[in-house]
Design a protein around this ligand. Structure first.
Ligand SMILES: Nc1ncnc2c1ncn2[C@@H]1O[C@H](COP(=O)(O)OP(=O)(O)OP(=O)(O)O)[C@@H](O)[C@H]1O
Ligand SMILES: [Mg+2]
Length: 316
């Protein structure tokens, strides 16, 4: 079927030498450009980038109330001076509680992987839209939501959202946070975030069996999502929730022109390998806790004011 758009008409008229008023060409082009911009704003992954696309959050983001900063800046900065991927907040939107993960910005230099002499094969826009933590997480949850398996295999995801300047100022005012690693190339970009269910349980507490969790990971891999960061800290209530370095097919990390078959197979086996090591560590820890039950804490200091004065009076 031939879809006749104003741009198509304008091009075909030029090709066939049909003359038309100049304003018409300019207007058609302007309209097309406007549509392109709107499309870029409407989906986080531009149409030219293949792969799953997360939908926009449909709630009223302007009604948001920031309740608590969940991620700890200190922990993140201690990791070899790496730029943290995000800050995560417990928020309330239209009276419901969510977690809101707001992503830092990254320059193309910070994102480009070492591909040893094959740099020319890597286009900047592909690198950005696959490796930037915001887009990496959008791709993974985009596929999970599309397959309606986000709640089963990870955590329910409600979409991406761009934050207005006013909300960015609100975060600064409330939490003193204003560094989002914004460089010149991001000056006009709004903060980007992903809305997920808030998980009450910590790490592996209240989890399903390790066998069920492993099967979920296998299912995730079968869909073409490789989390690449499987560790206790990325599980809450036994749910994997952090996909900021995930590889979601199609992806440059799985491209045989860049990597050997063995490297790709290794990447694909990473999640289950890390999961098995994690389980081994947890089992050893639980075992040692069973053998040596934690000693009752001895009070070394008075705990109340009256105890303190008794201690002082006795000259201890
Ligand atoms: N859905 C959620 N419910 C409750 N707490 C959450 C949720 N998502 C994230 N958090 C909290 O925020 C912290 C950081 O989240 P997340 O791991 O997604 O961010 P990150 O920037 O990728 O961090 P890192 O790189 O350190 O793994 C988590 O350790 C957890 O404490
Ligand atoms: Mg994490």
């Amino acid at each position: 079927m031939l879809i006749v758009t104003p741009l198509f008409l304008s091009i075909s008229m030029q090709v066939y030498g049909i003359s038309k008023p100049m304003e018409y060409v300019t207007e058609a082009r302007r309209q097309q450009e406007q549509e392109d911009i709107e499309e870029e704003m409407a989906v986080p992954l531009p149409r030219s980038i293949t792969g799953p696309k997360l939908k926009a959050f449909e709630g009223d983001i302007e009604s948001i109330q920031f309740k608590k900063l969940l991620s700890s800046d200190d922990d993140e900065h201690s990791r070899d001076d790496q730029i943290p991927h995000s800050r995560v907040f417990r928020v309330s939107i239209e009276g419901k509680t969510f977690s809101l993960k707001i992503f830092n910005f990254f320059t193309i230099q910070q994102l480009r992987p070492d591909v040893f002499g094959k740099e020319h094969l890597l286009k900047d826009n592909i690198v950005r839209h696959q490796l930037d933590p915001f887009y990496a997480e959008c791709r993974a949850f985009g596929l999970l939501v599309e397959k309606e398996r986000d709640d089963e295999l990870a955590v329910r995801c409600h979409g991406y959202v761009f934050l207005s300047d006013a909300l960015e100022r609100q975060i600064e005012h409330q939490f003193g946070i204003r560094d989002w690693n914004r460089k010149a190339e991001h000056e006009s970009s709004q903060l980007r975030a992903i809305v997920k269910d808030y998980i009450v349980w910590k790490s592996l507490r209240h989890r399903k069996s390790f066998e069920a969790m492993r099967n979920n990971l296998k299912e995730l891999n079968k869909l073409g999502i490789y989390n690449m960061d499987v560790r206790e800290a990325n599980y809450l209530g036994g749910r994997l929730f952090d996909f900021s370095i995930a590889i979601t097919f199609p992806h440059i990390s799985l491209w045989p022109k860049l990597w050997s078959v063995q490297q790709i197979l290794n990447d694909k086996a990473t999640d289950l390998g890390c999961f098995d090591s994690m389980v081994e560590r947890v089992r050893k820890r639980e075992e040692s806790e069973r053998v040596l039950p934690p000693r009752k804490k001895q009070r070394t200091r008075p705990v109340t004011r009256s105890q303190k004065s008794k201690v002082l009076a006795a000259g201890i």
